[in-house]
Design a protein around this ligand. Structure first.
Ligand code: FBP
Length: 572
């Protein structure tokens, strides 16, 4: 069996049609078996729905400012769906869908659920997919998603059905350009599947279209493996469940190897641009010897040396027991949470932005230039870094002029510094072991994995629910399912006004309304459970080996949500 990627399909774009990207992909046995999986919908979504409106809402902070910025979409009520025993046929709906930002397992199922939901409302409904992210809307690149295409992508990982991209939809010209194609295709609703920034932009777009009477609703769906789009009203973003299960399987495998050979220290960096939810969840699942949580490092005002000393002390204590092996989990965003590094990076950003001559200098002269222009404090931090890392801080910048921290090999930086510290301790007679580090970075290994049963069900229901929100005529809402630790049939379905999640934050020098990013809460149960056990895990080698995601079998093996979600429910 073969599936045909979108490049092969008749595209409604002259430029893309001219690309010669024809190829076919063979399906694996698991893909074939998995295609038959029928995601389980919450009961509320199994008939047609009755809309129950709650009380008017408020943003989480800065209410007056946000109300002024969103006069048409602020203060809307939360919506809950109940099963309507007397199905009411709806009118045909033409909708568009966009995948925005980094891939997350289950994106295809959101689109499948949306498609099925629209068709259930009326069989003549149509769904158009905009290609390669929000840019597809602006550049008018799209395909019509027919049932033949949709059926090829049910329960599969990846975003390749229409592709994804990171173009930000934030300018009036983009909104107007998008509206041209929406009007041409008679599209009355747009579903944006994205993280906190994409959903922030979805709310801005919803407000704009409402304000000009464009007749286009905008609905968001919460996506990101990072797990940082969640709050009082959003329990989880999709993809976190599958991605952390994949990483935990890999960490477990490494731990078994490490425990067998007893000769390596594995430094494992885990994705998660900013928040440490992924590292924390993987630590809860696998019980490593060390896991660093960036939010704690920041809260305790720890220096890089403090982090290094913490790890080195554990390495030395294990060596004293004859155990020269172990595992260290490191969140990708750590470097930006170390206060001294944060200051250094901020000053470097400013310095390099106003020094175009820097790029023309030879590497040695660049180092001298930086050292002589930084404040004394930041110059000291810069000079203390291994040269490769210091250089990386001056080179790789994103389009906004910021350091791309994910490119910094924090796992190597830490192991190199731990090694130095251990040699110092050896000189002082405090260490007498052997330190052989190995390095890993897990991120892309999990972002496109076949969705777990949880993500398959959650994503399908999010998409189906989005169709119900469209049919309810609302705009500026996030598709919402709650009660997620219960079996999926018991989930509560509805919609959350996106403005409800807003606060004002400084972004690129300007105060902007944005969805608050959810960092790891140090007073939350997931972190507290980890903190209560980590000293024991450091010394006693208590590894857990979760094994691969299971798609078929008993519910206790196949349908368990993350420990983070489970523990967070204890806090409610
Ligand atoms: P989103 O926030 O868009 O979901 O992306 C998350 C993420 O996977 C981060 O964990 C990672 O830092 C980033 O994307 C990498 O993105 P890219 O592959 O585009 O560089």
């Amino acid at each position: 069996m073969y599936i045909v990627p979108f490049f092969y399909l008749p595209l409604q774009s002259d430029r893309l049609n001219s690309l010669n990207l024809f190829y076919t992909m063979k399906k694996s046995a698991l893909q074939i078996a998995r295609a038959a999986y029928q995601p389980k919908l919450p009961v509320a979504l199994t008939g047609s729905v009755t809309v129950v409106e709650g009380e008017p809402t408020q943003s989480v902070a800065d209410q007056e400012e946000i109300k002024k910025l969103f006069p048409n979409t602020y203060g809307l009520p939360e919506i809950r769906f109940e099963k309507n025993p007397n199905p009411v046929p709806g009118k045909p709906i033409n909708a568009g869908v966009i995948l925005s930002g980094g891939q997350a397992p289950g994106g295809h199922n959101v689109i499948c659920g949306l498609f099925d939901g629209l068709k259930k409302i009326n069989k003549d409904s149509k769904l158009y997919g905009f290609l390669m992210g929000p840019g597809g809307l602006v550049d008018h690149k799209y395909i019509e998603l027919t049932s033949d295409i949709i059926d090829e992508y049910r329960n599969t990982g990846g975003f390749d059905i229409i592709g994804s991209g990171r173009t930000k939809l934030e300018k009036k010209e983009q909104f107007d350009k998008g509206l041209e194609i929406l009007k041409k295709l008679n599209i009355s609703a747009l579903v944006i599947i994205g993280g906190d920034d994409s959903n922030t932009n979805a709310a801005v777009l919803a407000e704009y279209y409402k304000n000009i009477g464009a007749g286009v609703q905008v609905i968001g769906c919460p996506k990101t493996i990072d797990g940082d789009l969640k709050n009082e009203v959003v329990e989880a973003s999709f993809g976190f469940d599958t991605a952390t299960k994949v990483y935990s399987e890999l960490i477990g495998n490494i731990q078994r190897d490490c425990f067998s050979a007893k000769k390596y220290w594995h430094f494992i960096k885990l994705m998660g641009r900013s928040a440490s939810h992924i590292a924390l969840e993987c630590a809860l699942q696998t019980q490593p010897n060390v896991c660093i949580i960036s939010e704690e490092v920041e809260a305790k005002n720890m220096t890089l040396d403090d982090v290094v000393n913490y790890i080195a002390d554990i390495v030395a204590a294990r060596a004293a027991k004859g155990e020269n092996f172990g595992t260290v989990l490191i969140p990708e965003g750590l470097i930006e949470f170390i206060p001294a590094m944060k200051n250094l990076i901020a000053e470097l950003n400013d310095l390099l932005a106003k020094s175009p001559e820097f790029a023309t200098l030879a590497p040695a002269a660049q180092r001298e230039f930086v050292l002589s222009h930084l404040s004394a404090e930041n110059a000291k931090v810069f000079a203390s870094l291994p040269e490769g890392v210091a250089r990386q801080l001056t080179l790789d910048r994103d389009p906004h002029g910021n350091v791309q921290v994910s490119l910094i090999e924090t796992e190597k930086l830490l192991s190199e510094m731990v090694n130095r510290r251990l040699e110092q301790m050896r000189g002082e007679g405090k260490y007498n072991g052997k330190f052989s580090p190995l390095h890993h970075f897990f991120g892309y290994e999990g972002r496109c994995a076949a969705p777990s049963n949880f993500d398959a069900d959650y994503c399908y229901a999010l998409g189906f629910n989005a169709a119900c929100l469209i049919n309810a005529g609302v705009t500026g809402y996030l598709s919402s399912l709650r009660n997620l630790t219960k079996p999926s049939v018991q989930w509560l379905a509805g919609g959350i006004p996106i403005t409800m999640m807003f606060n004002m934050e400084r972004r690129h020098g300007e105060m902007k309304p944005v969805i608050q990013k959810a960092l790891v809460r140090l007073d939350g149960t997931p972190f507290r459970r980890f903190a209560a056990k980590r000293d024991e895990w450091a010394m006693a080698t208590s590894y857990v080996f979760p094994g691969p995601i299971q798609y078929f079998g008993p519910a206790e093996v196949c349908d368990q949500p993350t420990m983070t979600l489970h523990y967070e429910h204890l806090d409610k």
